[in-house]
Structure formats: C-alpha cells, structure tokens
Design a protein around this ligand. Structure first.
Ligand SMILES: Nc1ncnc2c1ncn2[C@@H]1O[C@H](COP(=O)(O)OP(=O)(O)OP(=O)(O)O)[C@@H](O)[C@H]1O
Ligand SMILES: [Mg+2]
Length: 223
C-alpha cells in the first residue's frame, strides 16, 4: 500500500477497502450518513473509533478538523486557534492573520459562545490551518457556511494547504466537484471512485465539467 492511507474492513460497517492519499492530492469523500466517513478520518488520525478495524493504517502526522468544532468555551477565539502549538510549546501561527483570512478579522477576543454556527466553524478551520502537518483531515468543514463563503473559504483552504495530503468529507456533490483531485464514495461495500473533472483545484463552480460532475455524483448518491 502507499505511504499514507489505509487498507482493511470494519465488519458490520464497511469494507474491504483501500484508501490512498497521495502527496499534494485533495481527496473528497462522500457517502451516506452513518456509513463510516468520520470513522475513517479518526483511523487515519490515530484516534479511537468505537468500531473494530481489521487492516493496516499508514499514518502521517495529521491535523484533524472534527465534525463537531471542539472549541473550548473558556478560551478566546485567538487562544482556540493557537491552542495546539501552545500545548506543544511551539511558536504559534499568527491568529489574527488566519482569522482575517477566514473572514473573522477583529474576532480575536470573542468567546466561542458568542459566535454563530458558521463563525464557529471558521474558527475551527483556522485552528486546523494553523497546524503545520503533512496530512490534513477535514470533516464537513464548510457545512455551516452560506453559499458565497463555501466557495471563498473552500478555495482559500486549498490555497493554504497546497502541496499537502488533504482529505475532505462532504455531503455536497458541488463541493466535491470543485475541490477534489480524487473523488471517492464510501458505501457498505467499500470505496467507489468517481471521475473528477479535469483541471487544477479549486475549480470554478460554474465550469461545464464541474456542473456535469456534480450532477453525475448526485445521481450516484441517490441511486
Ligand atoms: N464511538 C462510537 N461507538 C460506537 N459506534 C459508533 C461510534 N462512533 C460512531 N459509531 C457508529 O459508527 C457508524 C459510522 O459512524 P461515522 O460517524 O463514521 O459515520 P459518518 O459516515 O461520518 O456519518 P455522518 O455523515 O452522519 O457524519 C455509525 O453507525 C455510528 O453509529
Ligand atoms: Mg461524520
């Protein structure tokens, strides 16, 4: 198997399957609710899952943006963004610059409890982008964002993560068609590849090939 990914099955949930995460490649993972997408991310991150996985995982140091934002309510937004580096005793990335990049300039001193769902999600994304890891695992990272922010923040994330291995879980076929170099659908039978549109990511949301891929993906998800 390749130098990053996993191979095996989770009896009762999915498999057998093989997932390769090549260097510099953005993989978008879709699939029905409860099929095991977050479980795959946790396996790759080396976290406990609650399922038995029979196989091998080839890990790299990973930054995981979990499905729940996990913001610590007693820390300010800036402190949440830099938490990982501070816990490890490392120099933290500039939280103000990252927050500005996700459209939250001036939010540094706010507490998570005072934010909207989409604002919280962008803080969690900024916290993940602050981590300097070769593997970046994003679990429905843009699900709470409005249509404009989805396009803008999705493109920004790929710019900031260029060259890394990125795995994005999404329920949105349009997002997968825009952002995925590799598109995979997880089913109980395993991982099914879906052809990605040509061209470098992020792709234009209204490009003909992107719209075609989006429609074809939707058909497969509904099948
Ligand atoms: N800690 C746990 N203990 C036991 N079972 C769990 C645990 N976490 C998840 N599961 C079960 O494992 C299955 C896969 O869950 P997972 O969270 O990976 O799904 P998912 O594909 O991410 O779904 P969604 O799209 O709804 O987020 C589900 O049936 C869930 O009930
Ligand atoms: Mg999930």
């Amino acid at each position: 198997m390749s130098d990053c990914g996993l191979e095996g099955s989770a009896p009762g949930l999915f498999g057998p399957l093989r997932l390769d995460l090549p260097e510099g490649c953005v993989t978008c993972l879709l699939g029905a609710s409860g099929v095991g997408k977050s479980t795959l991310l946790r396996l790759l991150a080396g976290l406990p899952t609650g399922v038995v996985f029979e196989g091998q995982v080839q890990r790299l140091p990973a930054a995981l943006m979990a499905q729940e934002d996990g913001l610590l309510p007693w820390l300010s937004v800036a402190q949440n963004v830099t938490l990982g580096a501070r816990l490890r005793g490392e120099r933290a990335a500039d939280p103000a610059a990252l927050l500005a990049a996700v459209g939250l300039a001036g939010f540094e001193a706010r507490l998570p409890g005072t934010l909207s769902g989409g604002q919280r999600q962008r803080v969690a994304l900024a916290r993940t982008l602050a981590e300097d890891r070769p593997l970046v695992l994003l679990d429905e990272p843009f699900s709470a964002l409005d249509a404009r922010l989805r396009l803008e923040i999705g493109a920004l994330a790929l710019r900031l993560l260029a060259g890394r291995r990125v795995l994005i879980v999404t329920h949105d076929p349009a997002e997968a068609a825009r952002l995925g170099d590799q598109i995979l659908i997880l089913t109980r039978a395993g991982l099914m590849p879906h052809p990605a549109p040509k061209g470098a990511v992020p792709r234009a949301h209204d490009a003909g090939e992107v719209l075609e891929a989006q429609a074809a993906l939707m058909e497969r998800l509904l099948a």
